[in-house]
Design a protein around this ligand. Sequence first.
Ligand code: UT7
Length: 337
Amino acid sequence: MKKTTAAITGVGGYLPKYILDNFELSQMVDTSDEWIMSRIGIKKRHILKGEGKGTSNMAAKAVLDLLEKTSVDPMDIDLVICATVTPDMAFPSTANIVCDKVGMKKAFAFDMSAACSGFLFGLQTAAAFIESGKYQKVILIGADKMSSIIDYTDRTTCPIFGDGAGAVLMEPNKNGLGLIDAMLHSDGSGGKHLHMKAGGSVYPATEETVKNGWHYVYQEGPAVFKAAVSHMADTAVALMQKNNLTADDISFLVPHQANLRIIDATANRMGIPKDKCMINITEYGNTTAATLPLCLWDYERRLKIGDNLIFASFGGGFTWGAIYLKWAYDGATMAKK
Ligand code: UT7
């Protein structure tokens, strides 16, 4: 009997309407379009506005887009995983809330917390459920409302992040398409360089934690940059070698969108030319768990059945990794208008 693999069979996405561009940012903090473009490569980011709106609002819209494009009934979904570091609340999980909003009443659902690597950790997890033979239709969401944890008076972090959501449908495949191999890593010693200190069980919200700015992203940029470049590139190259892939065999690199210089360094080490590297950081910024599915959403039209994709990510934790996946459908037949 042929082995069951887990294939991506559809992509949905959502970006909130409000656009915060570098000009508006430069009126909020001491920065400039020139600095942000040359050091990070971002022109604008989408921001979710509106009282009472959180990550689940964007995630639900991405899932509705996905279900409409794939013509799948929400009642047929078995499992929903939502990768996010900005859940609507500590509990219930955002995945649970999205199920309610979209009518996925038969699915069991949970969140995955792995920061910028959340979508990759989720891909491996979803694949394991499908490969077990017990689950037929799994939705993996990557969604973050980063604007809810960003200090817009801190010029070292506020230009980087944006809000957004992406979602993929995963189904069993018997033709060798889908997730082929994964190399994923965690190293808790990196936590000191990138974290949000309060709001958990160690420092629940108090007047003091708010005053100290502990509910915002804390990042030591250069330390994270250095680790991101080496780990993303090393892992992606190791995965290529393990699977006997040369740069010519790869149709697209799908890299986490944290900094254009990190993306360039990873692509260079792999020998991947720029036109085979998915890039949308300029338009969206770093949407954390949403960057990778939003790349697929934007490039879906250009993806063909059998294409070899290498995903690579690095983020808070530290967490990082690379995944080798064979694309399972001709994207032009389903891509957004
Ligand atoms: O996705 C999660 C993982 N995160 C990442 O991968 C992020 C990794 N880190 C980075 O992308 C970069 O380190 C940053 C974009 C965060 C910062 O870029 P950098 O080239 O590492 O700059 P830096 O922190 O070394 O700062 C260089 C200078 C400093 O000024 P002095 O001390 O040289 O006078 C900063 O104060 O740039 C200054 N600076 C800015 N200037 C204008 C920092 N932020 C800004 C700004 N506008 N927004």
